[in-house]
Design a protein around this ligand. Structure first.
Ligand SMILES: NC(=O)C1=CN([C@@H]2O[C@H](COP(=O)(O)OP(=O)(O)OC[C@H]3O[C@@H](n4cnc5c(N)ncnc54)[C@H](O)[C@@H]3O)[C@@H](O)[C@H]2O)C=CC1
Ligand SMILES: O=C(CO)COP(=O)(O)O
Length: 316
């Protein structure tokens, strides 16, 4: 049985896809009242317009999750360590679906899982996939990172469905950083579009942003080709060009001077975390630096763009 911790947009979407594929799934949310309503109405306000199949066991009881062999963690990255510390469950396998770098420890989700739940095998799911697309049964492909090959092969089979196709890799750090860093670049791309700088500027930010990802991630142990896969380039292509992305939408609001909506925007904290990692490793990440300053309110989009354009000319 698959357990999903976190009944937000992504956790709910995954629960829908597994239920439709006849896989037994338990979806846990911390808000007991919201879960009771969702159970009764077979609807979730986190995923409007998507009926919740009866086969999803909706619960606010952690005991139901304790019975699950595989638990997917679909909660915001900056909450992960707290949630793991609070949860009295120790599944055999925990699969993080969160995209980001923990601001306090500068570590990714699998290291946080390994620390909090030492007997559990950590894995990671990441790639281009809007929750709404997965829930509607549209075709999606994701990277599954797992350092243990035997567990990885088994998980790939368990977590793939007829519409959700998983590609396996043991490069966990690469999958983590691809998913985390693309959100930072998506904010930059959104800001460029919001400020009316045009699609050419956006394409330049995407490409030079990818160059930053390819400098930092290998310094932290990732394989460059992983960054060119679903969790890096694939997800960057999706989120840096779609207002459906909350990170892109945050950038767009900042760029146009609008008030950003309150939403899970992982790239904001990850920009700060990535910048600290870049400094530690002596790596130049000017776009990440601009995004960190922008979200912290330390620079306007105009200043950020000017700083990027004023840099000395360099080789590609
Ligand atoms: N929405 C999407 O299309 C996708 C999201 N993701 C990733 O999945 C993760 C979760 O995102 P969403 O589900 O979209 O966000 P969301 O904002 O829709 O839901 C987050 C959920 O986490 C729960 N949560 C927050 N703090 C908690 C705590 N301390 N204890 C227990 N539960 C807590 C909230 O109650 C909420 O149900 C993020 O890292 C995101 O990057 C990955 C792929 C696609
Ligand atoms: O990661 C995502 C799609 O792959 C979702 O993007 P946002 O978190 O920016 O909405």
């Amino acid at each position: 049985m698959i357990g999903i911790l976190g009944a937000g947009a992504f956790g709910t979407a995954l629960a829908v896809t597994y239920a439709k594929a006849d896989v037994a799934v338990t979806l846990w949310g911390r808000d007991a009242a919201a879960i009771a309503t969702a159970r009764r109405m077979r609807r979730s306000d986190r995923l409007p317009g998507v009926p919740l199949p009866d086969a999803i066991d909706l619960t606010a009881d952690t005991g139901a999750i304790a019975a699950c062999d595989v638990v997917i963690l679909a909660i915001p990255m900056q909450r992960l360590s707290t949630v793991l510390a609070q949860m009295d469950v120790r599944p055999r396998i925990a699969v993080a679906a969160c995209k980001g770098v923990d601001l306090e420890t500068l570590r990714g989700p699998t290291a946080i899982i390994a620390d909090a739940w030492p007997g559990t095998t950590p894995a990671l799911l990441s790639g281009p996939s809007f929750a709404a697309d997965i829930a509607r049964g549209l075709p999606t492909a994701l990277a599954l990172g797992c350092a243990d090959e035997t567990v990885g092969v088994d998980l790939q089979r368990t977590l793939s469905t007829p519409t959700l196709r998983l590609y396996r890799t043991d490069d966990v750090v690469g999958v983590e950083l691809g998913g985390a860093l693309k959100n930072v670049i998506a904010i930059a791309c959104g800001a460029a579009i919001g400020a009316g700088l045009g699609d050419s500027a956006r394409a330049a930010l995407m490409t030079r942003g990818m160059a930053e990802m390819l400098r930092l991630a290998p310094a932290l142990g990732a394989r460059p080709q992983t960054l060119m896969g679903l969790s890096g380039l694939g997800d960057l292509a999706l989120t840096s060009a779609s207002p459906q992305s909350r990170n892109f939408a945050l950038g767009q609001a900042l760029g146009s001077g609008a008030t950003p909506e309150v939403a899970t925007t992982e790239g904001a904290a990850t920009a700060q975390a990535a910048l600290r990692l870049a400094k530690r490793h002596g790596i130049d990440m000017p776009i990440t630096q601009a995004v960190a300053a922008l979200v912290a309110g330390d620079a306007s989009v105009k200043d950020a763009i000017q700083t990027l354009l004023d840099r000395g000319l360099t080789a590609e």
